[in-house]
Design a protein around this ligand. Structure first.
Ligand SMILES: Nc1ncnc2c1ncn2[C@@H]1O[C@H](COP(=O)(O)OP(=O)(O)OP(=O)(O)O)[C@@H](O)[C@H]1O
Ligand SMILES: [Mg+2]
Length: 303
């Protein structure tokens, strides 16, 4: 099975109980992650990106009802980093100790310390011998995110899930963290799932994109293919809103309306209530999936 993907997930569903029924917020998502790639997950707020990632990492909230069928490598190590690095760090333990505690294969004291210093240096923290003794509050937001990446790497993961890791940072620092993730991906061949609202980051960062809308995967494919030749009306709108694609009338437009709450997801195509091309059947029939050369989309009128 040389060329099977690192991770192959079928029909991943995450639901929460509401008024006595289980309401899915991620609905039968099937996708794969290749070894060594960066897969970006995009979509507006509330589309289910974080719940999908948490379910992959086995970190779903305890009220969540998760149903997943992982075809390959169920025993993988997965690390996850989040938007707000300060809340993920323990304020009363030095950053060096927090990285040491995360080491997957701890040894004796001296070699653990050496491993931590290597990790700090590998995430771009200079003077690591001294920084080892610092506490999280002594670091800037960007440096804390580097520490979290070091903690994630200490577990020697097969897959790194990064949920909007740069949203809380200013633009320059954001770029540095993206460069660091790209560097880790290229030099160590680590697979990364990168969740973001910001589509402008994608062309330079990701290999493939997965677009989610209201708990569904609506389009997926190689970055060039999806950004240059989007098929699903939702993807076209997202790209247009990010000024990466003009709409048919040559304008950049944002998307009117908001993502409905999970209990109000419409019948048929979930985007039908906001779609300018929606026909009668779109409101009643779930769209079929079309796939051409690794580029797939869920809209019979997509082109
Ligand atoms: N603990 C919970 N109980 C009930 N519903 C939840 C819970 N956590 C999340 N949800 C709902 O699941 C849906 C998907 O949320 P999720 O956080 O995955 O969205 P997202 O795409 O990551 O959004 P954002 O871009 O804002 O981070 C939302 O409607 C959210 O309200
Ligand atoms: Mg989220």
């Amino acid at each position: 099975m040389e060329d099977s993907p690192l991770f192959d997930i079928r029909h991943l569903t995450v639901a929460f109980q509401k008024n006595g029924s289980a309401i899915p917020v991620v609905d039968r998502a099937s996708f794969f992650i290749e070894k060594g790639e960066i897969l970006a997950i995009v979509g507006e707020s509330g589309c289910g990106k974080s719940q999908l990632a948490l379910a992959l990492a086995g970190l779903s909230p305890k009220q969540a009802i998760v149903d997943k069928n992982i075809i390959s490598k169920p025993d993988m190590t997965i690390s996850m980093i989040f938007q707000e690095p300060l809340s993920a760090l323990n304020p009363v333990i030095t950053i060096g100790e927090q990285i040491r505690e995360a080491l997957r294969f701890p040894k004796d004291k001296k070699s653990n310390r050496a491993s931590v210093i290597d990790l700090l240096e590998s995430v771009g923290i200079t003077d690591a011998g001294n920084k080892y003794k610092n506490y999280p509050h002594e670091f800037s937001g960007g440096m804390r995110q580097r520490v979290l990446i070091a903690i994630a790497m200490a577990r020697e993961p097969d897959l790194l899930l990064a949920d909007e890791p740069t949203t809380a940072l200013d633009v320059t620092v954001q770029r540095q963290i993206l460069d660091l993730l790209k560097d880790i991906n290229q030099n160590r061949g680590l697979s990364i799932v990168f969740i973001t609202h910001d589509l402008t980051l994608l062309p330079s960062l990701a290999d493939r994109i997965m677009v989610m809308y209201a708990g569904k995967i609506v389009e997926t494919g190689r970055v060039e293919s999806v950004t240059q030749n989007p098929k699903h009306p939702y993807t076209k709108r997202l790209l247009s809103a990010a000024k990466l694609q003009k709409t048919d009338d040559g304008l950049y437009e944002s998307i009117p309306g908001v993502v409905p709450a999970p209990e109000d997801f419409p019948q048929g195509c979930r985007f039908s209530t906001r779609c300018e091309f929606a026909k009668d059947e779109c409101h009643t029939t779930e769209p079929e999936w079309t796939e051409e050369n690794g580029h797939g989309w869920a809209c019979p009128y997509g082109d």
